[in-house]
Design a protein around this ligand. Structure first.
Ligand code: GLU
Length: 506
């Protein structure tokens, strides 16, 4: 492979349902590599397994990539010079390659029916169609040429299987794992072309990677066992020189590190595994996704970017642009990366903090509308700047900031009552006219004035600050009291003191 080869990478999901976060990470790493090398990032939909095809899944994949900002340069919907980008649309092209392999002695016709294979599996639970038993099965290697010809002419259904060589070692250098070797005696004779004329993934992936001039394949570690089949096919088809470089990404593991993270783990442990909500068209069941749980795309992408990769420093927060700059295959780990939902939430929290109030406005307005609150955008933006560092999700906005829009419905009286006194009531009654006439309604001036007034009263700052907060907020939370005072404004603060004094009693 020449080093000047144009970088062309592909994300090749099968449209079978919601997109697992591992799938999005694969897309991301492909995308990063492409952008870093001024290459092309291609979306190819691998839909040759018609039994697993699910309507709506392709649209879902498009939406997911768009949400994450991983826009393909070529795709089924966008097109491109190397189309079609949907495998099923290439169906007529695959058979010739299967035939070429048979003619070259690298593959064979297998006439075993599904029932016959089922029977074999019953007899031997570990049944594999391989060099060990292929001569005892019904195929063009075990049957005579005439028998084979007759079967083909009679229209008997058949598959084409690869003839994996005996006693050989397939080796290749994985960009992440280094040298990898496979003993061909342990590899079975995979089906390449199915009885319905559709290629299997193994044949289609090689033919398409060649046709699309793919230079590097970044895919999940679960595909590593398939690599020897693919490498043999590249060679057998005579394309060894244009074979892509391989990189098998580390698995994403369950939080306890015991095995691959599955959708079921998410259901069991109460966190999303899919990027976005997915509704199964048959059952109508919806599986929650990160997006709908309130994750920002930037946080989701950042979290995936460091799942199995780091830049060699302690830095954890990366924008997509920073990931493009810093990503390096050398720093992808070989070991599986444990998924940690608490950490995912931390990323979201950090990204909300880094976002401007203005950029969060649309989502926050939705939250407010849900509570029948309509407020001026400038005000919402200022409230957001005051409280955004308290949010894990934008949805938390109401719990953290409702008091900026509606008066407290109740007060934490347990925190106030035991120490409430006539002296404190008098203090606040006296504050009201001063606030009404206050000319410079800004937090620092208000704070200085309020603290002076407490000192003049002979009481302690702490004794009055907490009740004041509860008057405005209802509870012992929220940002700096004087920031709240400034934002609520003169009239509202006075109204809240009056109302609370009634509640607190004498
Ligand atoms: N269609 C395969 C998948 O669903 C693609 C694997 C590969 O990248 O070769 O992940």
């Amino acid at each position: 492979m020449s080093s000047e080869r144009k970088v062309r990478v592909r994300f090749a999901p099968s449209p079978t349902g919601g997109l697992h976060l591992g799938g999005v990470r694969t897309a991301l790493f492909n995308f990063l590599y492409a952008r870093q090398h001024q290459g092309d990032f291609i979306l190819r939909v691998e839909d040759t397994d018609q039994t697993r095809f699910v309507p709506g899944a392709e649209e879902y994949i498009n939406e997911c990539l768009a949400w994450c900002g991983l826009t393909p340069d070529e795709s089924p919907s966008k097109g491109g010079k190397y189309g079609p980008y949907r495998q099923s649309e290439r169906k007529p092209a695959y058979r010739q390659y299967a035939e070429q392999l048979v003619a070259g002695g690298y593959a064979y016709y297998a006439f075993d029916t599904a029932a016959e294979l089922e029977e074999q599996r019953k007899l031997q639970p570990n049944f594999r169609y391989s060099h060990e038993n292929r001569l005892q099965l019904r195929n063009s290697l075990s049957l005579s040429e005439t028998e084979t010809q007759q079967l083909l002419e009679s229209g008997a259904p058949y598959t084409v299987r690869i003839k994996v060589p005996t006693d050989e070692t397939v080796t290749f250098t994985d960009m992440i794992r280094g040298k990898v070797a496979f003993d061909t005696n342990l590899v079975d004779d995979k089906v390449l072309l199915k009885a319905d004329g559709m290629p299997t993934y193994h044949l289609a992936v090689v033919v398409d990677d060649k046709a699309m001039e793919i230079s590097h394949v970044f895919r999940g570690e679960e595909w590593l066992p398939s690599a020897p089949i693919h490498i043999l096919l590249w060679e057998y088809l005579g394309w060894g020189d244009s074979m892509p470089a391989w990189a098998h990404l580390p698995l994403i593991l369950k939080p306890d590190g015991n095995g691959k993270l599955s959708k079921r783990d998410g259901d069991r442990l109460g966190f999303p595994v899919y990027a976005m909500n997915w509704t199964d068209p048959k059952s109508g069941d919806t599986t929650k996704g990160f997006r709908e749980m309130g994750f920002m795309a930037a946080a989701f992408v950042n979290m995936l970017g460091v799942l199995g990769w780091n830049d060699g420093t302690e830095q954890e927060l990366f924008s997509l642009d920073e990931l493009i700059q810093k990503f390096s295959v050398d720093r992808i780990s070989k070991a599986g990366a444990k998924f940690d939902f608490e950490k995912a939430k931390w990323f979201n929290h950090e990204w909300i903090k880094r976002s401007s109030g203005e950029s969060l406005l649309p989502q926050v307005k939705e939250v407010l509308a849900h509570h029948q609150v309509d407020a001026e955008e400038g005000y919402i933006g200022r409230v957001l700047d005051a409280i955004k560092e308290r949010l894990t999700f934008v949805e938390d906005f109401w719990a953290q900031a409702s008091f900026f829009f509606v008066q407290p419905a109740e007060y934490d009286l347990n925190a106030v009552k035991p120490k409430w006194s006539a002296e404190k009531t008098a203090f606040f009654e006296n504050i009201i006219p001063s606030f009404e006439n206050f000319s410079n309604w800004e937090a620092p001036a208000l704070e200085a004035f309020f603290k002076d007034a407490i000192q003049a009263s002979g009481m302690k700052i702490g004794e009055l600050m907490m009740p004041f907060r509860i008057m405005l907020v209802g509870g012992k939370f929220g940002p700096d009291v004087f920031q709240i005072v400034e934002l609520l404004g003169q009239q509202e603060v006075v109204a809240r003191i009056r109302k609370a004094l009634v509640e607190f009693g004498a």
